[in-house]
Design a protein around this ligand. Structure first.
Ligand code: EPU
Length: 336
């Protein structure tokens, strides 16, 4: 176990924020993780893909970088159970599944981050959420160092939410995730408008899971900045869920507002639209900014933005949205 001191976290978070970790250790297997946890250097900060975090200050605790690798496929007649280690890159894992003709995750192509953090916020895109293929995950309890299997039910998945953001927050480290994927006749999820359009344009009459993945990649590339080029963390805010009553009041003023019914009482509205409408698309704030093609994405515009600058920008946006729509935007990223 090689604990390093004063390590820059710039390459470990997709916002590219340059803060220092007082201590840093990269874990290549579960035995190393147990060793670190046994050392009781707690509290600690866990980083895998660093794609859903905003670092606003130096980290004065031990940072544990999860770098475990490995994928195991168990094929049955009509499905396969696929288990991936937490440190596997999410997109590479999705591509592996597609190459193996395993269906279910193709709509989640090109989402930054790693397998182990995917269940924490129940990643989702283009009509599919992780929970749709999730079977279970294995995690280590940080204090007792005991292993626990979380079933789908245990995880209490919701929109960009799970038990790991609530009761179990900061208590477990996910070490592997198991998915149930289709092996032969795949059920494609192309109902999300932009995917159909993309498939038609590319003349994919009988699309395969690879075609769907390629369509998703093309859509994402056209709207979302590549974190390797412009630091960002995907959607910065969650899409707010409001009451039907509140929605009707807003519709009277903003009849064009897109909306997605959640239940008889609740409606989800796109934060990107709300932010765009008040003129923030392409907005510049110090070294930070709002992406020019997707107002829900905050960016490290110059490459040298601090986490504090990005957080200040988020506050400016939050305040404006509150004053115009009386809606409280909630950050989707975890702020440290
Ligand atoms: N819109 C605008 N202006 C903008 C952005 C969006 O008018 O600047 C409008 C769009 O025209 C559309 C609606 O808002 O009518 C929704 O936009 P979009 O389809 O781009 O999706 P989103 O709600 O902004 C969500 C997820 C994304 C996911 C996409 C596609 C959240 C917080 N974000 O974005 O997830 O890729 O749907 O499924 O739920 C992420 O979580 O990091 C992420 C990128």
């Amino acid at each position: 176990m090689n604990i390093q001191r004063n390590v820059s976290l710039k390459k470990y978070n997709t916002f590219g924020i340059d803060v220092t970790a007082k201590e840093f250790v990269s874990i290549a297997n579960e035995a190393e993780l147990v060793e670190v946890l046994s050392d009781k250097k707690q509290p600690l900060l866990v980083i895998s893909g660093g794609s859903n975090m905003l670092l606003t200050k130096a980290i004065n605790t031990l940072v544990v970088h999860i770098n475990t690798k490995g994928i195991l496929v168990n094929r049955f007649d009509s499905y396969a159970l696929v288990t991936a280690k937490a440190g596997e890159n999410w997109h590479d894992f999705v591509q592996f599944c597609i190459d193996e003709n395993l269906g279910g995750l193709e709509n989640l192509s090109l989402i930054p981050g790693c397998v182990g953090s995917a269940p924490i916020q129940n990643i989702g895109a283009y009509g599919v959420e992780l929970k749709d293929c999730f079977v279970s995950c294995k995690a280590v309890h940080r204090k007792s160092i005991k292993e626990k299997i979380f079933t789908k039910e245990d995880c209490q998945f919701g929109y960009r939410n799970s038990v790991f953001k609530n009761e179990a927050k900061d208590q477990y480290i996910i070490t592997e995730v198991t998915f149930k994927l289709s092996v032969g006749s795949h059920t494609l999820n192309t109902k999300y408008g932009a995917i159909e359009k993309e498939l038609v344009e590319k003349k994919r009459i009988k699309p395969t899971i690879k075609d769907v993945s390629e369509a998703v990649i093309a859509i994402r590339k056209s709207k979302l900045p590549d974190p390797k080029k412009i630091g960002n963390s995907g959607s910065f805010f969650k899409n707010p869920i409001i009451t039907v009553e509140k929605y009707q009041q807003l519709m009277a003023i903003f009849p064009e507002m897109p909306h997605y019914p959640i239940s008889n009482e609740l409606v989800k509205v796109p934060a990107g639209w709300l932010i765009d409408q008040v003129g923030f698309k392409g907005y510049v704030y110090k070294n930070a900014g709002v992406h020019g093609k997707q107002a829900l994405v905050l960016i490290n515009r110059t490459g040298s933005a601090t986490g504090k600058e990005i957080w200040e920008l988020a506050m400016i946006i939050q305040k404006k949205i509150k004053s115009v729509y009386k809606i409280e935007l909630e950050a989707e990223v975890n702020v440290f």
